[in-house]
Write a protein that binds this ligand. Structure first.
Ligand code: 9MR
Ligand code: ZN
Length: 580
């Protein structure tokens, strides 16, 4: 397998120094910016394959980059024809590839990465050595265990944030407990085998907009079970999740927050994880996200399958009715005894906003528009596309789907606000020696999401304004993911000269195959809320170097579906720019 590479990663500050020349390890496109970052001052020379000097960069001067602690300079290689080059300087050389479509394969791999997350049997013909039998095939029942009162002496020992959380009233169950049932499919969320509606719907949102905006950047066959059925594979893959989301709707229209076992499984293969799965309580955020994703899906899939589009829309409307009848905010919390992922988003006006936008775009009904306008007044982070903050997805709907139909508020005003806010992402990039759209104080769990979310915002800006500075800054985020960073590491499994090898991903650790499952993006450096063991290991390294490529560290090296998907959006855009 070509993605099997020797272990080249090393712990920050130990072993051989990292190379001074940092590049996008997949290379560059002839007519797009070609940024290289160097960590040593001096003269640099670019030669072609025959050894002839092509360009000379004299007296390159470095300056301190706060996030990484490195002294760095940028070399913009400028226009170059397709070919292999060598950049030499600071006593080192690094090969640089310029090719017609540098990001075609990785874009496909990032989409196929979701196929590997399917909660299903993976056949050898599609999954190769990563095949596995069907998993999580038991019946799921609703979690209805009563919560015993907590004794005062136990309470006294609990941290305050935990106590505050327990004060949130749990969402009530609806009616009699339904009979346990088989809930099929869906993507495993991340390194764990849980399935969560909100993050799943957000992933769907990123991917469907990637398809709507850049169809020629993500239209290839992916060798998945549905390939050749006349529907583009990215849509086939997304439908696998949508079919699962549809099963996660409760009888009254609300959506269960998640379907998981009681605790995270050990590091075993998915088919070995036979503990029973439970339907958690519903949540308002999950319901908003599911409504939005289904309403959007009903537009996207109509041309391929009317009945499916109708079903998505009907369920979206049903979910919306529940939301409208439950206008007060009530964040999700795990019931006592349930120890899987939390996704405890505190605000739900952004999910309601996204849902209303999509329903308006799909139906044209005034009531949804009024609702969207109402929630628009409360949303602040129009350029954010995360699992907690989804306003950016509403903005995508308004700016590229509704457009003039959005009118004064949802189009004109929103567009100005969006453009203003996306300037901030550019400022962050300009402030970073590696052109990384992560503020130095924001290296959090899943910092790759901040980076990719900002890339999405800057891409949207450039689509509206045509600005090249925004486009270059967005491209730098793809470069970052592919090695142009303080660790000289490609965060995408299977791609790049020095790539992440030990993601916190149960199948990759348990399958006995040396190379991790390909096409998965690591959460990246994190110096906040770290595991105690990480603090010991890393000591006082700068934020952008707070990363260890080892399986153990979910806080730095897990993968997640909603980290892959904004990377798909970003890669698909640049891939589309290099398409015929
Ligand atoms: O992506 C989530 C991150 O923003 C949180 O800081 C972190 C800790 O609460 O949880 C992350 O989500 C994890 C989820 O709870 C369970 N599946 C794996 C997810 C990725 O680490
Ligand atoms: Zn499974």
């Amino acid at each position: 397998m070509d993605h099997k590479k020797p272990l080249t990663w090393q712990e920050p500050g130990k072993g051989e120094p990292l190379p001074a020349i940092r590049v996008d390890q997949l290379g560059y496109a002839p007519n797009l910016p070609k940024q290289v970052v160097v960590t040593a001052a001096g003269d640099y020379v670019l030669t072609d394959e025959s050894g002839t000097e092509v360009k000379h960069f004299p007296n390159v001067e470095t300056k301190e980059d706060a996030a990484s602690g490195d002294s760095v300079a940028t070399i913009e290689l400028g226009e170059l024809a397709v070919g292999k080059y060598t950049l030499t300087g600071a006593g080192e050389s690094r090969e640089i590839t310029v090719s017609e479509r540098p990001w075609k394969e990785v874009t496909n791999a990032l989409i196929k990465g979701l196929y590997y997350q399917r909660c299903d049997e993976l056949l050898e013909e599609h999954a190769g050595v990563y095949k596995h039998p069907a998993c999580h095939t038991g019946l799921a029942e609703e979690w209805r265990r009563p919560e015993p009162p907590i004794p005062e002496d136990v309470k006294a020992k609990m941290p305050p944030h935990f106590l505050r959380m327990l004060e949130i009233p749990l969402e009530e169950p609806y009616g009699e407990a339904p009979a346990p049932r088989r809930i099929k499919g869906g993507w495993h969320d991340a390194g764990d085998y849980g399935k969560y509606v909100g993050p799943g719907a957000v992933t769907v949102g990123h991917l469907l907009y990637a398809w709507k905006l850049f169809p020629n950047g993500c239209c290839d066959d992916l060798n998945i079970p549905e390939t050749g059925n006349g529907v583009p594979d990215i849509l086939n893959e997304v439908r696998f999740e949508l079919e699962w989301i549809l099963q996660m709707q409760r009888a009254d229209g609300a959506f269960y927050h998640k379907l998981t076992t009681e605790k995270f499984a050990p590091f075993i293969m998915p088919e070995e994880d036979t503990s029973p799965e439970y339907l958690s309580p519903i949540s308002r955020t999950a319901t908003g996200d599911a409504v939005a994703a289904l309403a959007l899906a009903s537009r996207v899939y109509r041309q391929y399958d009317e009945a499916f589009a109708d079903r998505c829309l009907a369920m979206a409307k049903f979910g919306w009715e529940w939301l409208a009848a439950h206008p007060e905010k009530r964040p999700y919390r795990n019931p006592m005894g349930m120890h899987t992922g939390y996704y405890g988003d505190q605000e739900d006006h952004d999910e309601r906003f996204w849902a209303a936008c999509e329903l308006y775009a799909t139906t044209g009904e005034a009531a949804y528009r009024e609702a969207a306008e109402g929630f628009y007044r409360e949303v602040r982070k129009l350029t954010v596309f995360g699992w907690a903050e989804v306003s950016g997805l509403g903005a995508l709907c308004c700016l590229f789907d509704l457009k003039e139909k959005g009118g004064e508020i949802l189009y004109e005003d929103l567009k100005q606000a969006f453009l203003r806010r996306s300037e901030w992402a550019l400022l962050v990039v300009k402030d970073s020696g590696y052109h990384t759209a992560i503020p130095k104080t924001d290296y959090v769990w899943g910092s790759i999401l901040t980076c990719m979310s900002n890339a999405m915002a800057m891409i949207m800006n450039t689509l509206i304004t045509g600005r090249e500075d925004m486009r270059a800054a967005a491209l730098a985020q793809l470069d970052y993911a592919l090695g142009l960073n303080a660790m000289d590491i490609s965060f995408i499994t299977g791609y790049g000269e020095r790539q992440v090898l030990f993601p916190h991903h149960r199948p990759s650790a348990a399958d006995g195959i040396e190379a991790p499952v390909p096409g998965l993006i690591s959460g990246g450096p994190n110096n906040k809320m770290n595991y105690p063991t990480v603090k010991d290991r890393l000591g006082d390294v700068p934020a952008a170097q707070s990363f260890i490529d080892e399986t153990e560290f979910a806080d730095m090296n897990e993968i997640a579906i909603y980290w892959n998907s904004p990377a798909v959006f970003t890669a698909a855009y640049f891939n589309s720019l290099t398409a015929e």
